[in-house]
Design a protein around this ligand. Sequence first.
Ligand SMILES: [Zn+2]
Length: 388
Amino acid sequence: MPLVPLRPLLEASLQHGFAHGAFNVNAVAQAQAVIEVHEQFRSAAILQGADLANAFMGGRADFLNGTLEDKRRGAQRIAAAVRKFGADSPVPVVLHLDHGKDFESVKVAIDNGYTSVMIDGSHLPFAENVELTRAVVQYAHPLGVTVEGELGVLAGVEDDVFAEHSTYTNPMTVCEFFKKTGVDCLAISYGTKHGAVKGEHVKLRKEIAIAAMENLRHEGIFGVLVSHGSSTVPQYIVAELNQLGGKVSGAHGIPIAELRAVIPYGVGKINVDTDIRLAVTRNIREYFANHPAQRASQSIGPVWELMEQKPEQFDPRVYLPPVMEPLITGAAITDPDLLDLVGCIKRGVHEVVGTLIVQFGSVGFASRVEQVSLEAMAKRYRNAARPR
Ligand SMILES: [Zn+2]
């Protein structure tokens, strides 16, 4: 089946009280692995391309400097990869843009096959955030594409999304935001944090989600909350990675119990990126430890060199540039050494994504997610005549 919009997944999660994980992908094999593991657990899948991941997929190793053209090429590649593995999948598959930073980036993603987009206007004053988000909704909904907004600011680093301090979402303004913009879901700031250093024993401000959802229900407005910066940073993976020569320090995630506790209150989408990066990096370190001769491999030896130079780094985009071409284009790989690395990437995805599908409760719910095409969804938005 073709890729579906996010909206029917949001509806299923709200109705049945579970959450979908949303997983960032930066390589074709990673997209394939994310879809495979959702198929195994019979869960609908949300794959996310971040704005700058699109730049990386567009061929920019220095993705922080990516241009709109790089992002366009990257968006096309990732959409092609997700379509390739998602089109014939027995589970619904969504391709979502994470942290779209302006109208143009969002438009590029939609025009190139994304079925859901986030517009992050959280750094703007409320009225300007509403204006930007509303413009995106007005472009996206007539095409059936789902829109996620953000209110409140998360602390931490995620590509070029950076904030020193968090500002919690004011639940009193959530209703107004949904009403004025027409978004389908909303990222809130309630104690999660971008990046791997979230602090130990984080407690989430559940009451923010509870109050926001209660306000929405009272007004009869559909809306689902989204939890960003929610990697769990499995401590066994960090420990193994460091035993294998990594130097990742102070890495702590959101306890799974905290995430599970907010799911019944309308948090239906939980974003995870760091966990995958950690598992992939551990696997590649383990591979070079077990096969030391491969450190001199013509094709993948340079990857090991970069890992050695930057032991504190666990973002694969830092050490994969020497082999990035086939990883981002999806060209057939015949080099056996590179195939081994692809295996490391895929196993890392299976391990952490599988765990979270189980923990977030989306196992077995694929069949409860309505198969709605973008066209049918567009028609529903047209007919809804929502109050604005
Ligand atoms: Zn985020």
